[in-house]
Structures are given as structure tokens and as C-alpha cells.
Design a protein around this ligand. Structure first.
Ligand code: ATP
Length: 274
């Protein structure tokens, strides 16, 4: 079953970002991007290298100020990282503290909770990513895939309403990547998490998402959006053998490689009748 898309939780309205360098050089990373994400929906954003995907995610997360446009979370403007956002970055080795155990890394950042609550949250989220048995280890004693699972557990421990993921599986080997994708799909479905995934991998986007948003090259705009009508739970081999999977791959590939032939620029998710 696909995730329910009951009400809008995130909205980007004409978001743009222009970086200004030290010598006044300007890089227009994001031209104008608009989309919405429904409560409980899994949305993937794909686009060519350098089109501003990371910039967009950091902007949505409240870590970067947009140069133009408006972002809202549950109807409220995003000015800083909102409570209720969990973020997972590509560089797990830079986001984990090497001097803290796996458990302490997961508990880190759980402000305002009692010691017992922090302990319970960490126990629960380490179970979700199947790392309970290494909670006393240090990150550098774990494989790359396990370290990324710690980073995911840390995000889950905050009980986020929205999980933002920036190329989370780009730095692990292909087999680990498949396992992490399956784990993410399972957790996201089970918790009904609203998830926004940035990836350059078209297959990953189709396999995981309810909807894929395709960005153009820099300065980026939305080229098209594709609703992914594949049953859940999905398994890698079954989903990828489905003729619809191949058709989605073709549409998205064409939109990235030949954006001008993909039809009109889509300004709002609602415009594509997803
Ligand atoms: N802090 C910065 N200052 C100036 N320019 C930047 C900065 N960060 C990113 N850029 C530029 O903005 C553009 C978009 O970069 P960004 O990393 O967001 O793209 P991306 O789609 O995530 O790239 P990739 O697919 O290679 O990961 C690039 O031209 C990049 O050089």
C-alpha cells in the first residue's frame, strides 16, 4: 500500500538560492523551485550533478537562508531547523562523534528529555536500525553502512515528523546500499514518516518514493514530477522487474537528459495531479 497523502506538510514556493563569493562572484544554484510534500508521503528529488540538490535540502532544513521564495512546515515559515525535522547527511563519518559510543551518539541532541527517556529513545531507534548489539562500540569500529545506520538512528530518536536525507547511501558499497534502502523503506512505512530524499540515483528514487521530483541543471527548476504507483512493501528484484518501474526510469532519465523535451515546467505539485 502506498503511503497516505492526507494533507500538505511541507511547501516550497519559488525557492531560489544564489551564492555570493568573497570577490562578489555570484552562483545561481537554485533558480526557482516549487513543490509540496504531503503528511506521510515519501518524496525523492533527483537531478543532474551540481544542480543544487544539497543546497535545496539544506535550505528546506533551515540550515541555509533562501535568496528568494517561501518555505513552510505545517503552515509555519521555516527560519531555522524546525523541531520535528530529522536530518541524515551523506558524510556519516563527519556527522558522528568518534569519541562517543554508538548509544551516546544517538542520545546526543535529545535535549529536554530525562535520562531515562533518552535511554529509551536510543534503545528503540537502535532496534529500528538493528544495531542494538553494538551500542557500546565507537563509530570508527563499525563499517560505513553501520555508521550510516547510527546516523539514521540518531535522527529517528528525535521522533521526527519529517526525515530529510541527503544522498544518505552514496558512500557505501552497492550491496550495503540495497540493504539500507530496504531498511529505510521499512522504517518509513512503519512509522508513517514524511520523508524527503535527495539522490542522484534514479532507481533508488523510484524504489523508495511515492513521488519523484526531477530538477533541471543549474539554476534548477522542477522539470517534472512522477507519481510512483508500485505496491508496497517493495522488494528490490520484484519492483525493478515491474514494467512500470522501467517506464518510470525512462521518463525520469529523459527528463534529466532532455529536460526541454519533457513538457512544460511544473511549478506546483498540484499541477501534475499526483
Ligand atoms: N557555499 C557555496 N558557495 C558558493 N557556491 C556553492 C556553495 N555550495 C554550493 N555551491 C555551488 O552551487 C551549485 C550547486 O551545488 P550543490 O552541492 O547544491 O549541488 P548538488 O546537486 O548537490 O551537487 P552533486 O550532485 O554534485 O552533489 C554548484 O555549482 C556549487 O559549486
Amino acid at each position: 500500500m502506498n503511503h497516505p497523502t492526507t494533507s500538505e506538510l511541507l511547501r516550497a514556493d519559488g525557492i531560489g538560492k544564489t551564492y555570493t563569493g568573497e570577490k562578489g562572484t555570484r552562483t545561481e544554484a537554485i533558480g526557482s523551485v516549487s513543490f509540496t510534500v504531503g503528511d506521510g508521503e515519501f518524496v525523492a528529488i533527483v537531478g543532474p550533478s551540481g544542480c543544487g540538490k544539497t543546497t535545496l535540502l539544506r535550505t528546506i532544513a533551515g540550515l541555509l537562508k533562501p535568496s528568494r521564495g517561501e518555505l513552510t512546515f505545517d503552515g509555519q515559515p521555516i527560519r531555522k531547523v524546525p523541531d520535528g525535522f530529522g536530518i541524515v547527511f551523506q558524510e556519516y563519518n563527519r556527522s558522528l562523534f568518534p569519541w562517543l559510543s554508538v548509544r551516546k551518539n544517538v542520545e546526543f541532541g535529545l535535549h529536554g528529555l530525562s535520562r531515562q527517556e533518552r535511554h529509551e529513545r536510543a534503545t528503540e531507534s537502535l532496534e529500528q536500525v538493528q544495531l542494538s548489539d553494538v551500542e557500546g562500540h565507537y563509530p570508527w569500529q563499525l563499517s560505513g553502512g553501520m555508521q550510516q545506520r547510527v546516523a539514521i538512528a540518531r535522527a529517528l530518536a528525535t521522533h521526527p515528523r519529517v526525515l530529510l536525507m541527503d544522498e544518505p547511501f552514496a558512500s557505501v558499497d552497492a550491496q550495503t546500499r540495497i540493504k539500507l534502502e530496504l531498511m529505510t523503506a521499512k522504517i518509513s512505512s512503519k512509522l508513517g514518516l514524511t520523508t524527503l530524499l535527495i539522490t542522484h540515483d534514479i532507481d533508488e528514487a523510484i524504489f523508495l518514493a511515492d513521488r519523484v521530483i526531477v530538477l533541471s541543471a543549474r539554476p534548477s527548476h522542477v522539470v517534472t514530477e512522477v507519481a510512483i504507483d508500485l505496491p508496497r512493501p517493495r522488494d528490490e528484484l520484484g519492483a525493478k522487474a515491474d514494467p512500470r518501474f522501467l517506464e518510470y526510469r525512462r521518463i525520469i532519465y529523459d527528463a534529466i537528459v532532455h529536460p526541454d523535451e519533457s513538457g512544460a515546467v511544473v511549478e506546483h505539485a498540484s499541477a501534475v495531479g499526483t
